[in-house]
Design a protein. Structure first.
Length: 286
């Protein structure tokens, strides 16, 4: 894999060729959308940074957490409508567990955004657990490719398969007709490395947490429900003497995120005065 940009990271050669071709097409006022999907914890949010930053670096566009990576669609729509030839990452993977009504409303906003900004020449990456859940307009009419992130042994991260427009469309319609998720007929496969040094991951994690909290606050009687759930999960792990490393591995979250969850859990315990959730282990605080 070639080493690219000023950040000096590896980028799959076949993927790089596609990105270079799209940079040429951008000059003719085309915009480009890729969907990045895969199971939780396999590295979608990390993988997308490498191609996204490469496009920004090669075209002279900005790329940072606050201006180019979004969890709030309204904020992304506002920036996309007032700029040209930028790179945008929408990370739905962080909030993919929301209900069908919320998902439907979100996709309506996505379609609106893509229509409004079609002539702006942007590059888009939509990060989502399952691309089959997306609207047909987004998948078929707008996305030029699908990047499916996976693990060959359910332990090792860093692999993906790429579907060009034709193979992506066939995969989507096959699922619609037969409910079969067959990722075997891809265009090419590749590997990716951890390129999280491209952005400020601490700010990224904070914005992602806040986005989830805001979603929960929109629900009736669910103020700070995310903090409560994440903190309770961290407490349970502490009580079972599960290490931070194992928590990171099991959830796919960064150490910074797990540390915040543990703090929320301890605050919750102090506020409620409750003891260990699993008394037989003694509630170890590793």
């Amino acid at each position: 894999m070639p080493v690219v940009t000023d950040k000096k990271y590896y980028l799959d050669e076949n993927l790089k060729k596609i990105l270079d071709m799209c940079i040429t097409r951008q000059k003719k006022k085309f915009d480009h959308l890729w969907i990045v999907d895969g199971d939780e914890g396999y590295g979608k949010s990390t993988m997308v940074l490498a191609p996204a930053y490469y496009l920004a670096h090669q075209t002279g566009a900005t790329f940072n957490v606050k201006e180019n990576i979004f969890f709030d669609l309204d904020k992304m729509l506002e920036r996309a409508a007032t700029t040209e030839r930028q790179v945008f990452v929408w990370d739905e993977a962080a909030i993919g567990g929301m209900g069908m009504q919320w998902q439907s409303k979100t996709q309506q906003k996505l379609i609106q955004m893509l229509m409004v900004a079609r002539k702006k020449g942007h590059f888009w990456f939509f990060v989502i657990p399952k691309f089959f859940k997306l609207n047909e307009y987004i998948v078929i009419d707008r996305a030029i490719g699908l990047i499916h992130v996976y693990s060959h042994d359910d332990m090792t991260r860093g692999r993906f398969v790429y579907f060009d427009r034709k193979r992506k469309n066939k995969l989507y319609y096959e699922y619609r007709k037969k409910k079969i998720r067959n990722y075997k007929h891809y265009t090419f496969h590749g590997k990716f490395t951890n390129a999280s040094h491209i952005i400020d991951m601490e700010v990224y994690d904070q914005l992602k947490d806040q986005a989830i909290i805001d979603i929960y606050k929109d629900g009736e009687g669910s103020v700070d429900r995310y903090k409560e759930l994440a903190g309770t999960f961290a407490l349970l792990c502490l009580d079972y003497n599960i290490s931070v490393e194992e928590m990171c591995d099991r959830t796919g979250k960064a150490t910074r995120t797990i540390s915040r969850w543990r703090k929320w859990g301890k605050d919750l315990r102090n506020a409620t005065g409750q003891g260990p959730l699993h008394s037989s282990t003694g509630g170890g605080e590793a």
